[in-house]
Every structure is written in structure tokens, then in C-alpha cells.
Design a protein around this ligand. Sequence first.
Ligand code: AMP
Ligand code: ZN
Length: 485
Amino acid sequence: MDLRLYDTLTRQKKPFAPIDPQNVRMYVCGPTVYDFAHIGNARPVIVFDVLFRLLRHVYGEKHVTYVRNITDVDDKINARAVRDFPNLPLNDAIRHVTEKTAAQFHDDVKALGCLQPTFEPRATEFVLPRADGKADMVTLIKQLIARGHAYEAGGEVLFDTVSMPDYGQLSGRKLEDQQAGARVAVEAHKKNPADFVLWKQSSDDEPGWDSPWGRGRPGWHIECSAMSAAYLGEVFDIHGGGLDLIFPHHENEIAQSRCAHGTHAMANTWMHNGFLQVEGEKMSKSLGNFFTINELLETDKFGSKSWGGATLRLAMLRTHYRSPIDWTVQRLWDAEDQLVQWSFIYDDIVEPLNNLPLEFVSVDPDVEVVSALLDDLNTHRALDRIHHLSLAARKDSAKLPAFLSALRLLGIELFAPSNLGADNAGQRELLGKIEVLISARKVARANKDFKESDRIRDELTAMGVVLKDGKDADGNPITTWEIAR
Ligand code: AMP
Ligand code: ZN
């Protein structure tokens, strides 16, 4: 099974070869916990969950380590703590904000069908040297200073970008360009405009830790360098996040980790998901098109109804992870229709089979679904194939396990029979009628009775059903359909 992944650093799709197949190691930058996560933040969580599942399938469940951190020290968190809990001491207020937000994040991503990462370190636990000897931020910064890659100035410790000859490889930004482009006055204490903060001083009313450079707090980038080294070592396999993290965050993580450890790489594959926009526009609070995961799941703010976690996940995975996604109400309706169709197949077959629960499905996932995912996570192709499997399962219940195990590889849960029950009785009837008409049309077409097949198509069109004729993987004609909206 050859996995190929697109690597942002070398700008090519390349065969994936883990450093140690017994322990495949992946790090993904996690949330800064000051507010509800929005639906754009859900994208990397879902995409890398699919990759985690695929790696577990290929290398074995016990042979993959996935780390996704929680950033619980950040100036946005401080501001939120002061605003929301003005009467509490700052540290208590911060704890309230971060614990509440992290719990919310966990609820959200669980509803989206995501597995827990193997480790989920919190930045505040990795600031100072630790009793267990795992990597920490203060020690990393000391190493950078000792090796001539960082300097103290103006109460801060800064990374000296000029000390790293190949700084800027990930984003393709050359240091000279950045200097030439820096029209704005360089902050006086910086040697170079591109130099970035590793440590900054804290005032008495800001969170701080005692360090060799006084009481202060870490810069954002150093957090991930410390937490990834703590759990995955100095060089590991995959580092991921959204496209916006390439610069400066990941560029600077690479600079810190490589220069502190004296290695030629931090991670061997750098993966970035594309951006999500809403109804054709960049999501922003001021445009009123900003939606949290929780709002989509629990309120009717988007499309006048609430959406299931599996619907959101399916809607996300229908687009390849590196392409932009336009998040529209139509997209969610389409995904929901698909899930309802699939769930009815399951329900119709499984109920007579005595409610065989999903966990009893033990067949290996379909090879074509797996090979689509092995090709740089081609979830779009995998889902097309799953649809073919669903049609096969509808005809022959022996094919049901293949369909279900493929869904499980993508982490997509069908609606429980009880959720399809009373509310959907009308829809079930409609689906039954559609199926009967489609079968009758197939017979008419096989008999070359095109008048009858056209009449049936028109009848379906009048019901709002759009037919799509195509071929399945074996080249046999099949007809799929969707409800036009
Ligand atoms: P942040 O909390 O802004 O650091 O974002 C957390 C994660 O969500 C990062 O991996 C971001 O790249 C990603 N992200 C933020 N906004 C979007 C978006 N609109 N579309 C896709 N990914 C996003
Ligand atoms: Zn990071």
C-alpha cells in the first residue's frame, strides 16, 4: 500500500516513508482556546482525523502517534479573561476561559466524528523544564541562544533569522525580499525585520513564568517546537495545519526546531489544508457570515435548521483537502440527502438482520476506497466509490459490510434507525417510490422502450428528482439521483 502525500516544503506529491513504521508520528497545530471554534477551524481537525485513520489502517492502530496541542497561553486569552471574569484574579479567570473553551472544542470535534489524538498537550505545561525531562520552551530558547541563533534585546528574546542561511524555505520567502520590502520602521531592538519573538516580558497583570530572562511568557511559535519534540522527537514524519499557518507559524517552528537541535529537518512532510469560505465570501464577523461549529450543530442560524455532525463531516470531505471549500447551505443539504439515502439502505437491510451494530463489521475496507485515500487523501474519489458500494449493498445485503467498513474508514456515521423513524416516514415513502420508478425506467431502457423511460424521467423530474446516468466501477450502467433544491 503506497501512500503518497503532497509536501508543501518540496511542493510535490511524494511517496510517504515513515522514519519508523513501528511508530508513525504526526503533529497538527491545535486551537487557541479563547472562543468557540468556527467551521473553518473544523477543516484541519477533520482532514487530519481522516489521515490518522488511514495511517492506523496502513501501519496498525498501535503504530501511529498523533499529537494535537492546545494553545492555552496567548494575549487573546488574557483579553477574554479580563472581559468575561473581571472580578477574578487573572490566573483564575484565564483558567476558566481555557477550560471552558477546550471542553467546548472537545464536544464539537467529537460530534464531527473525530478520534481523540494520542496526546493533547497544553502549552502552559511545557513552558518550564519538566520533572519528566520532556522538551520544554525555556530549554529550547537557551539552546538557541547557546548556538548563536537567538539574542536578548529590549526585554525580549528574539530568533536571529540571519543566523539560519536557508530560513524561508517552506513559504518561499527570501530574507532579502523581506528586508527590502520592510518599509515600516524596524522595531528598534530587532537586528532584522524578520526576527521573531521567542520570549517576552510580562507585566504584573499578565501571566508569566520566571525564566533566565526575567518573568515573562513564550511567543506562539516556540510552543509547537517544544510540544512536538516532547512527544515526537527532534525529527518526525508529518506536520499539518491550515494554509495560513505556513507563514509565519510553521516557517518559524522549522527555524527554531532545526537550529535548536542542529537537524536538517523538523518534519519530513508538511501538509496544509485549503481555506473554507462561506457562500462565496471570506468568513468574518463583520460580514455576518461567521459560524461556529456549535452554531451549526445546535442552532438554526445556518440554513434555518441545525445539522448533524456527520453531515458537516461529509460536506467537508466531498472536496479535496487542498482545494478551497465554499461552505453553502446547498452543500449541507446535498450531504444530508446523501446520508439519508445511505442510512435508509443500512436501516432497510439491517433491521431485518436484527440490528447488526456497526462495530461488528469486521471486513477490510474496500481496496478502491483505500487506494483513493492513499493518493494524497482523495476523499472525493473515495466517496464516489462509497456511493457505488451503497448501490451494490442495496441490491445484495451481502455487500453491506464492504459499504459500512468504507464509511467507517472515513469516520462517517449513518443516522441511527431511530433518527430516521417517525420524522422521516414521509421521506421513506418518497424514497421507496423513487426506487420503484428508477427500477421501472431501467427495465424500459433495457427493452429500448425510450418513450416509457422518458415518461418515467419526467415523472421523477416533476417530483423534484434529478437523475444522473453513469457507469459503476465495473462499467455497468447505473442511475443515481438527487433531490433538486
Ligand atoms: P487558529 O485558531 O486561527 O490558529 O486556527 C486553527 C486552525 O484552523 C489552523 O490550522 C488554521 O489554519 C485553521 N483555519 C482557520 N481558519 C480557517 C478557514 N477559514 N478554513 C480552513 N482552515 C482554517
Ligand atoms: Zn503550531
